[in-house]
Design a protein around this ligand. Structure first.
Ligand code: ZN
Length: 214
């Protein structure tokens, strides 16, 4: 499994292109903006998108869904089932304008805990991690040791929980229960900012250091 990161939109979202090296089939995670830039990178990698996946449905992570679906009509648009109330709720017009976001098409597939997203010989598993939004998910490859965490967990930080459809209590349950149980060497690839590892976040993330057992 290979991946590439593109920083898109004014809120600097990490859009990831994850693909199978042999077949070049792959998924686009969180196309939040700058569709031309994403398309160019897809082209230069020779990647064939089979899925467009949102880790959650905030505008800055879904703003280029429409353009991606238009460019790759065979790719299935997938988003977390439990985020539907947020997806269907009115969006902040200022943020929509700022992100130059287009109205997202309806999803082709709704994702829930344990689902697998397959591309070529590779796959990503859905782990539900509510908190930043009610339906936020992480995408995990055990074989490659990669975890795409969206806005649930950042290097040294966590996603906001002061927004509608957020829950601080859920986030503080999700991260220790669903992420910190994974192998320490697993690479954390967040929705904003640099990468990290599960082990490093367990030890040094200031939001969780209190729960650490040494
Ligand atoms: Zn978000």
């Amino acid at each position: 499994m290979k991946y590439d990161r593109i920083v898109v939109g004014p809120l600097e979202v990490n859009c990831y292109l994850v693909y199978d090296e042999d077949s070049k089939e792959g998924v686009i995670i969180d196309p939040g903006g700058d569709p031309q830039v994403i398309k160019k990178r897809v082209e230069s990698l020779g990647m064939k998108p089979v899925a467009i996946v949102n880790t959650h449905t905030h505008v800055d992570h879904i703003g280029a869904n429409a353009d991606m679906k238009e460019a790759y009509p065979d790719a299935e648009l997938m988003l977390p089932e439990k985020d539907l109330p947020l997806f269907k709720s009115p969006r902040n017009p200022m943020l929509v304008m700022m992100c130059r976001a287009k109205e997202s098409p309806e999803p082709d597939r709704l994702l829930k805990e344990g689902d697998e997203i397959s591309f070529g010989k590779e796959s990503l598993k859905v782990i539900e991690t509510p908190g930043h939004t009610i339906g936020s998910i992480c995408l995990y490859s055990e074989d490659a040791g990669l975890l795409f965490t969206g806005d649930t967990l950042f290097a040294g930080s966590i996603g906001r929980t002061d927004l509608p459809f957020s829950s601080e209590r859920d986030l503080f349950t999700s991260v220790p229960k669903k992420i910190f149980v994974l192998p320490e060497e697993v690479k954390v690839l967040p929705g904003h900012g640099p990468s990290s590892t599960v082990g490093s976040e367990k030890r040094f993330n200031p939001f969780f250091s209190g729960s650490l057992i040494l």
